[in-house]
Design a protein around this ligand. Sequence first.
Ligand SMILES: Nc1nc2c(ncn2[C@@H]2O[C@H](COP(=O)(O)OP(=O)(O)OP(=O)(O)O)[C@@H](O)[C@H]2O)c(=O)[nH]1
Ligand SMILES: [Mg+2]
Length: 638
Amino acid sequence: MSAAVSTHVVVGTAGHIDHGKTSLVKALTGTDTDRLPEEKARGITIDLGFAFLEEPGGLTIEIVDVPGHERFVKNMLAGVGGIDLAMLVIAADEGVMPQTREHLAICSLLKIKAGLIALTKADLVEADWLELVREDVAGAVRGTFLEGAPIVPVSSKTGQGLDELRVALRALAAAVPQRGTDELPRLPIDRVFTVKGFGTVVTGTLTAGSLGTDDRVEVYPKRAEAKIRGLQAHGHPVASARAGQRTAINLQGLERAAIARGDVVGRPGTLVASTLVDGTLELLADAPRAVKTRTRVRFHVGTSEIMARALLLDRPELVPGDTAFARFRLEAPLVARPGDRFVVRSYSPIVTIGGGTLLDVDPPRFKRKGPALITHLEVLQTGSPEVVLEEHIRHVGSGGVRLTTLSGRVPFGPERLRVLLGTLQAHGRAVSIDRDWFIHPDSFARLRELVVDELSAFHRAHPLKPGMSREELRGRAGGADERVFAFLMSALDAEGVVKTERDKARLASHEVRLSPEQQRVVDTLESEFSRAEAAPPSPEEALGRAGVGGDEEHELFQVLVQSGKLVRVKESLFFHARALDSIQTKLVALLRERKEIGPSDIKDLLGISRKYAIPLLEFFDQRRVTARVGERRILRAG
Ligand SMILES: Nc1nc2c(ncn2[C@@H]2O[C@H](COP(=O)(O)OP(=O)(O)OP(=O)(O)O)[C@@H](O)[C@H]2O)c(=O)[nH]1
Ligand SMILES: [Mg+2]
């Protein structure tokens, strides 16, 4: 920790009811964190309390005081979700009690890295008793993150040990690693209230990134956007807040009723809300019983508690002390990031039974759950960041994935993501469709193969058609995402494999080949239209005379249309392209001379009936040769 930089470290209390947590926080900070009238009346803590200590060197120790009562473990969980250090409070006169163990288990499950033990009420016991308790406590934390941690006897009544405790806290705080600044900001909300004249205020610990006044934010999972009107830290307005800081945010544009504890503030569009998450589940060794698949549990992450069913992925039941992959089907959307730790409590009786790490917060819907899903999760669990990223890109399949979607799914920040994407691309392990869209080369290769196969099949089935509708091809290629498809088609075009002309695609190798008999029919048709000039036959008549039945959809007729030799002027009215050119020349000459003409002029000019004259005039209007003025035509300028 550098002395110049302000640092915020969050300490959470933990421990059995009445062991003196709140009294200790008050003795340390001067703040009575029991604010509720009911807390005052009953002399117990019900909900979270907040205080802080300002230390030299720009260090602020934020303290979250939690309730010890077993009925309020739910609130305790919301408080310790974002802490750096645990202060386990054990009354010297009572020693280790049930919630001492449960809170310790919760802190362990949340992978809190360090902390200390305050042996409170030291004034109530003799020195030799204190030594016995100290040994007992040291034994109770053996094998946990608190093994070997400082055990400091204190008395909130006499002030004994408070200075030592503070020194110990400071030493631990100095060793807390800085939270990543390259992280998307996230603030799990622990309180919501309204302030007269200001509106809605939410509070919480900013667990990552930073937020500033006037920033646009989104409250997840409701997807409600708001603007930060103001920020406060410890009752003072601040321009910005950083990771690790307890923060109050005044939100503009959101009603208090729209927000609740458990919601998360983040930048718009950056966090994932999902009702399906995958991770590891470890059952505490002293959990009362095995967990069967589909067991209903209380799922705690951040400040939220959501009911969920735990689906075990590789076994019918998980026995105490074991760990397995699990999928959680949540009864409300969960907002979390991969790597987040969670705690699971049984539905009834309500006790902490285990927890784990989230691996996938928006898992792909696998057809088969079994081995493929396990392999996927193993990669996410043990892979390097590069491998994890590649795995996510692979698993979105041929649709590819947007950068912002990826950033919500990977356990690292946007800068790191960008760098890793560059590395993957350089090694041919990711393909960039554009700056914002990525696909795995395997998916891309499969899509390419599918497109080429579909085109070959089309050419085989319709040898006389020059190409396939691009949209139909896209549909046959699994309805590929438009931008992925467009990227693929231009890649295939550049390779010389596929040609796309207007809305038709074909293999570059494809040619329309006619049998001598088919060629004869086509030639007959063409010469008939050529001869007929401005008064062509209908497709049916022409086909009939050439010895085949059918209308303009006939493949031999279409050969002439597709090659551009016949041009559709209106519905079933086709002209030979050369005839149209010569009609145009005559028409233009006439218009130059007369400036404007009516339908009868063109009838006379070409010696044709209205049946041909009107569609021709409209056709040349469309071609922007002529312009219409009432019933008459003039030459279009330019
Ligand atoms: N003698 C003595 N009494 C203490 C000390 N610390 C706390 N107490 C008393 O113990 C009782 C419980 O203290 P709290 O601080 O409310 O305990 P808590 O751990 O916050 O309790 P919950 O929040 O309800 O779990 C109160 O009556 C305090 O006065 C201490 O150091 N010495
Ligand atoms: Mg208390």
